[in-house]
Design a protein around this ligand. Structure first.
Ligand SMILES: CC(C)(COP(=O)(O)OP(=O)(O)OC[C@H]1O[C@@H](n2cnc3c(N)ncnc32)[C@H](O)[C@@H]1OP(=O)(O)O)[C@@H](O)C(=O)NCCC(=O)NCCS
Length: 168
């Protein structure tokens, strides 16, 4: 465990946006709708990059909370994952990921899904490591941080707390 607390970084410092077009190889058996796992992979990559930018050390995904597929994504849609840190504790970082999908032909964009990804920073030996504090610059960032703190303090894998986890 690394005890020294590094210098804080802002939310803006680690923002990540990643985009891709959904190809036929990324759909389910019907060949029409995006395979959910493909979208989750994009989200995990964007969120992990945001966590890496904040921690400046290797990170691993600990859990995914509140993964709600709000609207289906079609083959050919242009998909964008936006990741931002919402909360940090000693070694964990919570990253909110929102996925927008664009029907390019018809110039229609919609929010397809959102989730919170939790990462833990580790050192080269795989031991958990202290991450920089998150510098909060806006009222929204402060609100999201408090919500993240509540999730961190209450959400575990037991059934009692699961029901209240990851709700906006
Ligand atoms: C992530 C991992 C290193 C944590 O190990 P651990 O022994 O639980 O570590 P710690 O006890 O030091 O806990 C680390 C942090 O995780 C938090 N945590 C542990 N279990 C948790 C859970 N089920 N839910 C939420 N937070 C949890 C702890 O509260 C602690 O947070 P804090 O330091 O910010 O206060 C370990 O579980 C692991 O290696 N998991 C596999 C990760 C992986 O392979 N991911 C996919 C590929 S990247």
């Amino acid at each position: 465990m690394t005890d020294q607390t590094p210098e804080g970084r802002t939310v803006a410092h680690s923002l990540v946006t990643m985009s891709q077009v959904v190809l036929p190889t990324q759909t389910g058996p019907a060949g029409v709708w995006a395979h959910g796992g493909e979208i989750i992979k994009l989200m995990d990559t964007a969120a992990g990059l945001a966590a890496l930018r904040h921690a400046h050390s290797p990170v691993v995904t600990l859990r995914i909370e509140g993964l709600d597929f709000l609207r289906p994504i079609r083959v050919g849609n242009f998909v964008t994952a936006q990741a931002r840190l919402t909360y940090v504790s000693r070694s964990t970082m919570e990253v909110q990921v929102k996925v927008m999908a664009e029907d390019v032909l018809h110039e229609k964009e919609f929010e397809a899904l959102s989730s919170y990804f939790l990462f833990v920073a580790i050192d080269d030996e795989g031991t958990t490591k202290t991450v920089p504090p998150l510098i909060l610059e806006t009222e929204e960032e402060k609100k999201l941080f408090e919500q993240g703190r509540l999730r961190h303090d209450t959400c575990r894998m037991d059934e009692h707390s699961r029901a209240i986890c990851a709700m906006d």
